[in-house]
Design a protein around this ligand. Structure first.
Ligand SMILES: NC(=O)c1ccc[n+]([C@@H]2O[C@H](COP(=O)([O-])OP(=O)(O)OC[C@H]3O[C@@H](n4cnc5c(N)ncnc54)[C@H](O)[C@@H]3O)[C@@H](O)[C@H]2O)c1
Length: 345
């Protein structure tokens, strides 16, 4: 029986979920491993409570966590702290799982990529949709050519309610924080690069979101390197539920990820009751299995049993599109996605 000890930093919204998933995986019957969880957070009392609830060990800070002897580091602190915490894990010579994105923008990500490369670091970035059954099927169908040639792609990510404004102020904006999942999955499903983005945004919710320089709703028209076109839309105020979908419309067939009885949609057609289940309310619920599989993959990565399912370079490629969308939003102009995004024209 092998033991894997994971250290986790940041037990906020998503960190608590990752901590619970690590415990769920440690209880999986039939595996040849045990998993020990240690965790830390600047909110010491909260972290101690989480640790006690989960049977994990609490440590006062990242240095103590690393010094205590861990085989892998899970980073779930806010985006602005990812570079510092990734460097610490890589310097300690252990595999790192870091929530998306690598840093608040591409410019701040590039030195992190250099550092990882120079130190031979292994870092998995948390784009959990790559483990979701629907997106996996979309990728398979696309690659098999079952949809014909694709004339339109429509990606949607809508939260029911916004996260705290303090979080938004350091998130990089709606495209970098939220739509980056869609930019990543569009690249992953199609195997194509997005080369141009044209974005618009609006603020009809809490004015505090506008006051920290963000929008609560946005839409981007994206163009791929093979001429395919699509849209990526996001909102923080989707009262119907947590709505995440991808529609691939082709010359032969149309495939929709996220259409089941829990879709946060109502049909306007008389006599149609589908979808009639309780909608997903949060990202944690919508992607429960995907987050669990993602963490299982990280444990396999730590044990040297698999390849990295989402490298930092791959994640930064999605962030380039997010940066371009943000620049388009700010300038009102279409923007080319390049090494350094540039206005079209
Ligand atoms: N993959 C996804 O679907 C998904 C969903 C939500 C958030 N995220 C990402 O996860 C990250 C965290 O988001 P969140 O919503 O959980 O944020 P959060 O603010 O709820 O949690 C961050 C936690 O980090 C702690 N923290 C801050 N500074 C620290 C430090 N120096 N040392 C230790 N702990 C520290 C805070 O006390 C807090 O508990 C963000 O980068 C976000 O982009 C990803």
């Amino acid at each position: 029986m092998k033991n894997v000890t994971l250290g986790l930093i940041g037990v906020g919204r998503i960190g608590v979920m990752h901590a619970r998933n690590i415990v769920r995986l440690s209880n999986t019957a039939g595996t040849d491993r045990t998993i020990t969880l240690k965790l830390t957070d600047v909110a010491a009392q909260h972290a101690q409570t989480v640790a006690a609830d989960l049977g994990a060990e609490y440590l006062p800070d990242l240095d103590a966590l690393i010094a205590s002897g861990i085989d892998g580091l899970v980073i779930a602190t806010g985006t602005a702290l990812h570079p510092e915490h990734i460097r610490a894990g890589v310097e300690a010579g252990i595999p790192v799982f870091c929530e998306k994105p690598v840093a608040v923008n591409v410019a701040e990500s590039l030195p992190v990529l250099d550092f990882i490369r120079e130190h031979g670091g292994v870092v998995q970035i948390g784009h959990q949709r790559r483990f979701d059954a629907g997106y996996l099927e979309a990728k398979r169908a696309f690659e098999a050519g079952e949809l014909g040639w694709i004339h339109s792609l429509r990606a949607v990510t809508c939260d029911m309610t916004p996260p705290p404004v303090e979080f938004l102020a350091n998130s990089g904006g709606l495209f970098r924080d939220c739509s980056v999942h869609d930019f990543d999955i569009l690249r992953w499903v199609t195997g194509r690069e997005i080369v141009e983005v044209y974005a618009r945004g609006s603020n009809n919710g809490d004015p505090a979101i506008g006051a920290v320089g963000d929008v609560d709703t946005a839409l981007a028209v994206v163009t791929f390197d093979n001429g395919m076109i699509g849209t990526v839309s996001a909102s923080r105020y989707n009262g119907a539920g947590h709505d995440v979908r991808l529609e691939l419309q082709g010359s032969a067939a149309t495939l929709l990820v996220g259409m089941d009885d829990k879709s946060a949609l109502l049909s306007a057609e008389p006599g149609v009751s589908f979808p009639d289940g309780m909608p997903h309310l949060t990202f944690a619920e919508r992607f429960d299995q995907a987050y669990l599989s993602e963490m299982a993959a990280f444990i396999e990565l730590v044990m040297g049993e698999r390849d990295n399912p989402c490298t930092p370079d791959d994640a930064v490629a999605a962030s380039r599109v997010a940066d371009a969308a943000q620049l388009s939003l700010e300038t009102g102009q279409p923007v080319r996605v390049t090494g350094a995004s540039a206005l079209v024209g």
